[in-house]
Write a protein that binds this ligand. Structure first.
Ligand code: FES
Length: 107
């Protein structure tokens, strides 16, 4: 079931926030084109929060060692991370941004 994580106006393009959905930490990210994404909020290299990272285009960079993750596929595009993060279904209904953590779109 989808949960309301934020409103459209809460994130400018290039911003991210951390939310909890069904007990899971989720990074809700607005890419630089304005699209919303939701990924697991734990880098697969060092288990730090990706929502504190830097958004570049449709990627987010882990702040600790610099692995960059594709927001659509969840795949790391650079080392040292080698495993993808889960990507969750995001929908926008009016002003509300919703995440369904039970629907992983990259597995
Ligand atoms: S903790 Fe993210 S790249 Fe090392």
């Amino acid at each position: 079931m989808s949960e309301h994580v934020c409103d459209v106006g809460d994130l400018a393009p290039g911003e991210a926030l951390r939310a909890e959905v069904d007990g899971l930490a989720v990074a809700v990210v607005r890419d630089e084109d304005g699209a919303y994404h939701a990924i697991g909020d734990a880098c697969t290299h060092g288990d730090v929060s990706l929502s504190d990272g830097e958004v570049d285009g449709a990627t987010i960079e882990c702040w600790l060692h610099g692995s960059t993750f594709d927001l659509r596929s969840g795949r790391p595009l650079s080392l040292p991370a080698t495993r993808p993060v889960p990507v969750y279904l995001v929908t926008v209904e009016g002003e509300r941004v919703l995440v369904d953590a039970a629907t992983v779109t990259n597995r």
